[in-house]
Design a protein. Structure first.
Length: 725
C-alpha cells in the first residue's frame, strides 16, 4: 500500500467528522438562508412600493404649480431631482393635447426622451395631476417608468455574497474540525495501534523487549489526555444533572406551595395533566380526582364558550396568552369566582401541546362587589329622592337670589344717585362758569358784528397798501399769541409810554390800550415806526376788533368743550347697561370720567398725580365699574378733607390690570382695617355715610372676577384693584 493511501486511511475518520460538520452546517443554513432571502425580497418589494407611493404624492403636489404655469424649467429641475433614484427610469409630463417635457435617466445621466423605455422589468404608471383649488379637475398627466432591475440585481448580489461568506465559514470550520480531530483523536489512536503492533512483534523477537515499553510510553500521554477529557466531561455532566435535580426539586416545592392555583391541561382534549394543591383547594377536588376531568366539567356553563374563544385566539396566533375572570363549579356545587391567566406550552411542531393556567380565588372580592352594587342601587334611589328635594329647594333659592340681585341693583342705583346728589352743586358750578364765559364772549362777538364789522370792511377797501399790510401783520401776529397776564400788560403799557416820551411823540391812550390788549409785542424801533404814520391808528383799531372776535370764538370753543366734558361724564355715570353682558372697557378713560365729576371739589386743595401705563381693555360691566372708582375716590377725598395728594396708578400685572389709588389722609386704624368691607360698617359721622360703599365695591369686583386689597398706615392709604383683561 502506498504512503498516500495510508495517509488517506489515517485521515478518514477526521474527514468523515469534518464532512458531517459541513453537511450539518448546510442543513442548518439552507432553510434559514431561504427564509432570510424571502424576507429580504419581501422587504425590497415593500420599500419599492413605498418609494413609488411617495413619488406619486410628490408628483401630485410639487408638479401642479409648474404645470399650471407651463414652467418647463421648473419641471426639469423637479424631474432631475427625482431621477437620482436608480429605480426611476423616465418621466413624461403631458396635457390632453401636447407633451410638456420628457426626461430619461441612463447611467446617472439625463437626456430628453421621445421613445418609451423598454425592458423585462420595466413598470409603467400614469399619475393624474389635479388643480390645488379644484381637486376634481385634472390639468395634466405624469407618466413614470420604474426599472425594477436594480432592486433585483441588488437582491441577488446580496444573496450570492451571503452564500459565499457562509460557505467559506463552513469550509473553514470543517477544516478546523478535520485538523482538531486528527490531532486529538486520530493521532493518539494511531499511536496506540502502533505501540500494540510493536509490542506484539517484541514478544516474538527477544532482542526487541525494550520496544514494547518504549512504544507504550509514547501512547500513554495521549491516553491520559483522552482520559482526563472524558473525566472532565463526566464531571460536568454530573454537575449539570445535579443542578437539574435541584431545579426540579425547587420547582416542585414552589409549584406545590404556591399561593395561587396552577394547573396544566392538554391542548387537544382540555383534560388536566397536573395541578397543585391550591388549585385543588379552590375547586374542591383532589389531585387524583381532577386528573381525569376536562376544564369544561368544572367550569360554569356560561363561561365555557368564553374560555374556548380565548383558546381559539391562541391557536390562530392572535394573542400569546389571555386573562379573564371566570366561574368554577365547586365539588360541593357552589360557585367559585377566579381570575385566570393562561399561557401555551409550545411543541416541536410550533403548536401548543398544553396550557399552563394560574388562578386566584376572587370570590370574596366578587361578593363584596355585589354588595357594593346593591348598596349603590339603594344609594341611587336615595340620591334620586334627595335630588328631587334639592331641585325644589334650589328653585326656591333661585327665586330668593333673583330677589337679592334686584335689591342689589336697586342698592347700587340708590348709592349712585346719592353720590350724584353730593356732586350736583359742584357740577352746577362747573357748568355755570363755561356758560357764563360763552354768554359774555357771545355778547362781545355780537357787538363787534353789529357795530364794527362794516368799519373793518370799509377800512380794508379804502386803506393804502402800506397801512393794509400793517393791519394784516398786527392781526396775524397778535391772533397767534396766547393771552397775556396783567403783569405783562402793565410792563408793556409802561414801556410804550416811555418810548413816546423819549421820542417826543403823542398818541391816544385808546390806541395804547388796544395794542396792549391784543398782546402786541414790539421793540422800540418797530413801535416808533408804527406810531409815526397816523393812518396806522385806524389799522390798530380794526385789528383790535378782529382779534377780539377771534379770542371770543376761542373762549366759546374752550368753554363749550369743558361743559361738554362734564355733561359726558354725567351721562356715562348715570347710564345703566341693560345687555347683561361684560364687555371690553378702557379703565383709564373710566377713571378720568370720575375725576371730571369731582373736579370742582378737588381743584383748590387736592393734587392729582397720574401714573398711567399703556394697558389693554378690561372685561367688566362699565356702568358698575364707574361706581367702584366713585366710592373709592370719594372716600379718599373725604379722609383728606379735600386737601392733600391723590396718586392714581394704572399698570399691567401679569394677565391683569392693577389700579392703585393712594391718598395721604390719616389712614385707617389697624383694629378696624379687616372690617371696612362689611356692609353698614362706616367710620364717618352719623348721617354722613351708609356703610355700603366699600361693600358695593367688593360685590361688583366679585361679579366681574376682580379683586381688591387695602394697605394703610398713618399718613397713607392705598386701595389695589385687579381687573381681568
Amino acid at each position: 500500500m502506498s504512503a498516500s493511501n495510508k495517509s488517506i486511511r489515517k485521515l478518514s475518520l477526521a474527514g468523515r467528522l469534518s464532512a458531517m460538520v459541513f453537511l450539518l452546517g448546510l442543513l442548518v443554513y439552507i432553510p434559514s438562508s431561504i427564509y432570510g432571502a424571502c424576507n429580504n425580497l419581501r422587504r425590497s418589494k415593500t420599500e419599492l412600493i413605498a418609494y413609488k407611493n411617495r413619488l406619486e404624492l410628490r408628483v401630485k403636489t410639487a408638479f401642479e404649480p409648474a404645470v399650471w404655469n407651463y414652467d418647463t424649467e421648473m419641471l426639469r429641475k423637479l424631474i432631475n431631482a427625482e431621477l437620482g433614484n436608480e429605480n426611476l427610469k423616465s418621466v413624461k409630463v403631458s396635457t390632453e393635447d401636447r407633451t410638456l417635457i420628457w426626461i430619461t435617466s441612463e447611467n446617472k445621466e439625463t437626456f430628453d426622451e421621445t421613445a418609451e423605455p423598454t425592458g423585462v422589468y420595466m413598470d409603467k404608471h400614469v399619475i393624474p395631476i389635479h388643480r390645488m383649488d379644484e381637486p376634481t379637475q385634472v390639468i395634466a398627466y405624469a407618466t413614470v417608468w420604474f426599472d425594477n432591475a436594480p432592486s433585483r440585481n441588488k437582491f441577488f448580489s446580496m444573496l450570492v455574497s451571503e452564500i459565499l461568506v457562509v460557505g467559506g465559514i463552513l469550509l473553514v470550520v470543517s477544516v478546523s474540525v478535520n485538523i482538531s480531530s486528527y490531532i486529538k483523536l486520530v493521532r493518539p489512536t494511531e499511536t496506540i495501534r502502533k505501540s500494540m503492533v510493536e509490542a506484539g512483534r517484541s514478544a516474538l523477537i527477544p532482542a526487541k523487549e525494550k520496544i514494547e515499553k518504549a512504544s507504550f510510553k509514547k501512547a500513554f500521554p495521549e491516553i491520559q489526555s483522552m482520559a482526563a477529557d472524558l473525566e472532565f466531561m463526566l464531571d460536568e455532566i454530573e454537575k449539570a444533572n445535579k443542578k437539574v435535580r435541584e431545579s426540579e426539586a425547587q420547582f416542585k416545592a414552589i409549584f406545590e406551595q404556591a399561593g395561587v392555583g396552577v394547573a396544566q391541561f392538554a391542548a387537544s382534549s382540555g383534560e388536566y395533566i397536573v395541578t397543585n394543591q391550591r388549585y385543588c383547594d379552590i375547586t374542591g377536588y383532589t389531585q387524583e380526582e381532577i386528573k381525569g376531568l376536562s376544564f369544561k366539567a368544572i367550569t360554569y356553563e356560561e363561561d365555557v364558550p368564553v374560555q374556548l374563544k380565548h383558546i381559539d385566539d391562541l391557536l390562530s396566533g392572535n394573542v400569546r396568552g389571555f386573562s379573564f375572570e371566570k366561574r368554577y363549579v365547586h365539588k360541593d356545587g357552589r360557585i367559585v369566582w377566579a381570575e385566570l391567566t393562561a399561557s401555551p406550552l409550545w411543541g416541536p411542531d410550533e403548536e401548543p401541546t398544553s396550557y399552563i393556567v394560574v388562578i386566584q380565588d376572587i370570590t370574596a372580592r366578587k361578593t363584596a362587589e355585589e354588595k357594593i352594587k346593591k348598596l349603590n342601587e339603594e344609594l341611587e334611589e336615595k340620591v334620586a329622592e334627595r335630588t328631587l328635594d334639592l331641585e325644589n329647594t334650589n328653585c326656591e333659592l333661585e327665586a330668593v337670589i333673583e330677589d337679592l340681585k334686584t335689591a342689589q341693583d336697586k342698592l347700587i342705583s340708590t348709592e349712585k344717585m346719592a353720590v350724584l346728589g353730593q356732586l350736583v352743586a359742584g357740577i352746577a358750578h362747573e357748568l355755570n362758569t363755561p356758560l357764563g364765559i360763552i354768554n359774555s364772549a357771545g355778547g362781545t362777538m355780537e357787538r363787534i358784528l353789529e357795530n364794527d364789522i362794516n368799519m373793518v370792511i370799509g377800512f380794508c377797501d379804502r386803506a393804502s397798501r402800506e397801512v393794509f399790510e400793517t393791519y394784516i401783520k398786527l392781526a396775524k401776529a397778535c391772533a397767534d399769541d396766547e393771552e397775556k397776564d396783567n403783569a405783562y400788560k402793565r410792563n408793556k403799557r409802561k414801556m410804550y409810554y416811555s418810548i413816546l416820551e423819549k421820542n417826543n411823540m403823542t398818541i391816544s391812550d385808546e390806541v395804547i390800550e388796544k395794542l396792549v390788549d391784543i398782546g402786541y409785542d414790539a421793540d422800540e424801533e418797530e413801535f416808533t415806526e408804527l406810531i409815526k404814520n397816523p393812518e396806522n391808528t385806524q389799522a390798530v383799531k380794526m385789528a383790535y376788533s378782529v382779534i377780539t372776535m377771534q379770542k371770543s370764538a376761542k373762549m366759546i370753543k374752550v368753554s363749550a368743550e369743558k361743559a361738554s366734558k362734564v355733561i359726558m361724564a354725567l351721562k356715562l355715570y348715570a347710564h345703566k347697561d341693560t345687555s347683561g353682558e361684560q364687555v371690553a372697557h378702557d379703565v383709564i378713560k373710566d377713571i378720568e370720567m370720575v375725576l371730571t365729576l369731582y373736579y370742582n371739589q378737588m381743584k383748590y386743595g387736592v393734587e392729582i398725580i397720574r401714573n398711567y401705563e399703556e394697558v389693554p381693555p378690561v372685561i367688566c360691566f362699565p356702568d358698575k365699574l364707574h361706581q367702584v372708582w366713585v366710592n373709592i375716590i370719594n372716600n379718599a377725598l373725604h379722609s383728606m378733607d379735600y386737601k392733600g395728594r391723590l396718586i392714581i396708578s394704572v399698570a399691567k400685572s401679569h394677565d391683569k390690570v392693577l389700579v392703585s389709588i393712594t391718598d395721604n389722609g390719616p389712614g385707617i386704624p389697624e383694629h378696624i382695617l379687616h372690617r371696612i368691607f362689611e356692609p353698614f360698617f362706616t367710620t364717618k359721622k352719623l348721617g354722613e355715610g351708609t356703610g355700603l360703599g366699600l361693600d358695593i365695591v367688593k360685590r361688583i369686583l366679585d361679579e366681574i372676577n376682580g379683586s381688591i386689597e387695602v394697605e394703610s398706615k398713618p399718613g397713607e392709604t392705598t386701595f389695589k384693584i385687579w381687573l381681568r383683561t
